[in-house]
Design a protein around this ligand. Structure first.
Ligand code: URA
Length: 240
């Protein structure tokens, strides 16, 4: 985790604004390794330094990484004036001020979404340059054939001329309905739905089941979440 500014660390760990964190420091309520520190910009080594804040049960937490089984009907945003967001449904004990979804799933898409306060991690997951494949299960209106699979695997062109990177695709049936498992490493708007539309098909249900090699924990009901373990975090960036 490395070095962190004292005021930022206090804001995150005491769940207060950066301004309130600076006030706590100015009011001599903060000590580092037993010594009162009055400089908000003091750099703290979160692995070694011992920080105490008067009136707060302060334990240094690094970034938080939460696996959510996203239910239908919530939007992949931090806040929304009208609709419930994925951040709204995170329980208080896991919530931090600065958490956000690392990527977007449509309102009607379910499944694996990581909620974090780590911007660099989120960028690494989302940027196509980092080759993190996301695996979806799509229930379709019609079965796909070898020709469809070839087109998707070659990199299909969407109705508006947008070109997609090559996907990895397998056909299967889900509860006797035609379905496909599709792996993509970009996140264009409604991408999976539009890829199947380009084949004259239609996605009836969409669920994300995997990011990199990290699989959705099937013991999580829709709407439930839990923190990722360090081992699971590493799986995100490991190819299958
Ligand atoms: N592709 C879609 O069409 N929707 C999603 O939610 C994710 C990928």
């Amino acid at each position: 985790m490395g070095l962190k500014r004292l005021d930022k660390l206090i804001a995150v760990n005491c769940n207060v604004s950066r301004k309130d964190a600076r006030k706590l420091i100015k009011d001599a309520a903060v000590s580092v390794n037993g010594r009162v520190v009055l400089r908000a910009e003091e750099l703290i080594d979160v692995e070694v330094d011992d920080v105490a804040v008067k009136g707060y049960n302060f334990t240094i937490k690094g970034h938080v990484y939460i696996m959510l089984n996203k239910p239908q009907g919530v939007v992949s945003a931090t806040r929304d004036p009208a609709k419930k967001t994925v951040v709204d449904i995170i329980p208080d004990e896991l919530r931090r001020k600065s958490i956000f979804p690392a990527g977007r799933l449509d309102r009607d898409t379910t499944g694996l979404l990581i909620i974090t306060d780590d911007g660099a991690f989120a960028h690494r997951i989302m940027s196509p340059a980092h080759h993190v494949y996301k695996t979806y299960e799509a229930v379709l209106s019609f079965p796909i054939d070898e020709n469809d699979i070839k087109k998707l695997e070659a990199g299909i062109t969407l109705g508006d001329g947008t070109e997609c990177l090559p996907a990895k695709v397998k056909a299967f049936t889900k509860d006797r309905l035609p379905a496909a498992e599709i792996k993509i490493r970009e996140g264009k708007y409604h991408q999976v739905k539009r890829m199947f539309h380009a084949l004259g098909n239609n996605v009836e249900q969409l669920r994300r089941v995997q990011i990199g090699s990290l699989k959705l924990d099937t013991s999580l009901a829709e709407g439930e979440c839990r923190e990722l373990t360090d081992e699971e975090l590493e799986l995100v960036f490991i190819d299958e």
